[in-house]
Design a protein around this ligand. Structure first.
Ligand code: FBP
Length: 337
């Protein structure tokens, strides 16, 4: 889908960029452009509420527990509603799925249905919402594969390499929209005074090797020996291989991945004896991030296989994740495999 765009065109909005990409795409219908317009709108709405959270009385929990067994944050509910509302009426999607909702979300019958399936984590980094640390929205787009009147769960349970697009919106010191359609990764920064995302990080390439590792070392006692040894190896001084690496961990996947994408290195959420399949969800966390990592020249593994090759069996299934620079992921695999 990508074409060789004049990437140094500053002042290019996200919408213009998608339009340019679509222009060279043989069967483009404009559906994709509208899908991204609505995703960007939802991102702006969520971003503005996140920025004012302390004033708008939306910090804290609702008192409910979601399908993941997590306490639901008020902003989780707001973000989930903002995405559903922005995407359900446009006629681009036929089915949605969210971290906050047990089952796939049907499109109301009085709205037209499109050919895309959208899955998302409406607000990633829930433990950081109340403490003003970067959080984000993650999305994954597939084409519908089922036939018949009603889309099906099978439309959601597709392997990551089948994605047609993936991305995230990070609500940090600035709000950024980062996406790929499989070949290149582009980043756009929101100019709140204009209300538009502008191209700020064209054609992002992840360094082949970094010098930063990112993992919650508080889980060390729950890891198996190989994972423990791998992390200790990263921290052990060895000039010949530029070790020790520096440790960075925000506790928001979007933020830890964004840094890894720009600076290189490796982020991991290994399996442990509390989470034998890891903590992160395949369809709307690990898989979209893996799609972006590969498009930027990086890699992503569960420790046993490429994340993009995992055949999903459940909507909210979890997978271990090792993601980042190609050589750092290869080193991890050598040691934990
Ligand atoms: P949600 O906040 O969307 O549930 O995502 C899970 C997450 O917060 C990731 O963003 C992050 O990488 C991880 O969990 C942090 O987990 P822990 O607090 O166990 O390190």
């Amino acid at each position: 889908m990508d074409s060789s765009l004049p990437l140094n065109m500053h002042g290019w909005t996200l919408e213009r960029h998608i339009l340019e990409e679509q222009r060279t795409h043989p069967d483009a219908t404009g559906e994709f452009t509208r899908l991204f317009q609505q995703l960007a709108l939802a991102g702006k709405i969520i971003g503005s509420r996140v920025n004012q959270a302390g004033l708008a009385g939306v910090l804290g929990v609702t008192g409910e527990v979601n399908v993941q067994g997590e306490r639901v944050q008020k902003l989780d509910v707001f973000a989930n509603q903002a995405l559903i509302h922005a995407l359900e009426a446009g006629g681009q999607v036929c089915l949605m799925a969210s971290e906050e909702v047990d089952d796939p979300i049907p499109i109301p019958t009085d709205f037209p249905r499109g050919r895309y399936v959208l899955m998302f984590d409406p607000l990633d980094g829930s433990s950081n919402i109340d403490v003003n640390v970067s959080i984000g929205t993650i999305f994954s787009v597939h084409r519908r594969i089922s036939t018949g009147d009603e889309p099906k769960l099978s439309d959601c349970l597709q392997p990551g390499f089948k994605q047609v697009a993936a991305g995230y919106i990070i609500y940090g010191s600035s709000t950024m929209f980062v996406y790929t359609t499989g070949k290149r990764v582009h980043g756009f920064t929101l100019d709140p005074s204009v209300g538009e995302f502008f191209l700020s990080h064209p054609d992002i390439k992840i360094p082949e090797r970094g010098a930063i590792y990112s993992v919650n070392e508080g889980n060390e006692s729950k890891w198996d020996a190989k994972v423990r040894d791998w992390v200790r190896w990263l921290k052990t001084p060895d000039e010949a291989i530029d070790h020790p690496y520096s440790g960075r961990y925000v506790g928001t996947l979007v933020a830890d991945f964004h840094r890894t994408l720009l600076k290189g290195g490796i982020f991991a959420y290994p399996a442990d004896n509390k989470n034998p399949d890891g903590k992160l969800r395949l369809l709307y966390e690990a898989s979209p991030m893996a799609f972006i990592a590969h498009a930027a020249g990086g890699d992503a593994t569960t420790g046993k296989q490429r994340v993009l090759d995992v055949m999903p069996t459940e909507l909210h299934q979890r997978v271990p994740l090792y993601i980042g620079s190609k050589l750092d992921v290869a080193d991890a695999l050598k040691r934990i495999g």
